[in-house]
Design a protein around this ligand. Structure first.
Ligand code: SF4
Ligand code: SF4
Length: 125
């Protein structure tokens, strides 16, 4: 009985680690995985429907430079996304009338400073 805990510790010491070395080894994602948003600023019509429907106030509309190749030059409001608040529910994607905002499969948004989880429209390409 007294050897129980010691035996457990010894067993654990010889087990393979459960965790993966990140970022060298990344976990395989399921087909329905939802990752960081992608925004096509050329086709965004600045309607703010994504910000209104978001259940967690994750999206705020901020000034961004419209792509002059497709739109008149000038500043308009585009979604800025705080990934710290995001539930990855995809309601913003569903409501977007031009399909310019989609959730990708990318997991590449690890940061050292949580303030860097706030993504400006230009960063969501
Ligand atoms: S995925 Fe959901 S929580 Fe995240 S920004 Fe879109 S609507 Fe908001
Ligand atoms: S991303 Fe879509 S829903 Fe959001 S402002 Fe642009 S067009 Fe509207």
């Amino acid at each position: 009985m007294a050897f129980g805990p010691v035996e457990k510790v010894v067993k654990q010491a010889f087990k393979e680690p459960f965790t993966l070395e990140f970022p060298e080894h990344k976990e395989e994602l399921t087909d329905n995985y939802r990752g960081i948003h992608k925004l096509d600023m050329r086709t965004c019509i600045n309607c703010a429907a994504c910000a209104r429907i978001c259940p967690n106030q994750t999206i705020v509309m901020v000034e961004g430079e419209a792509d002059t190749a497709f739109k008149p030059a000038g500043t308009k409001l585009f979604p800025e996304i705080n990934l710290e608040r995001c539930l990855f529910c995809a309601l913003c994607e569903e409501v977007c009338p031009t399909d310019c905002l989609v959730l990708s499969k990318s997991t590449d948004f690890e940061v050292y400073d949580r303030r860097d989880l706030i993504k400006r429209p230009e960063e969501l390409k």
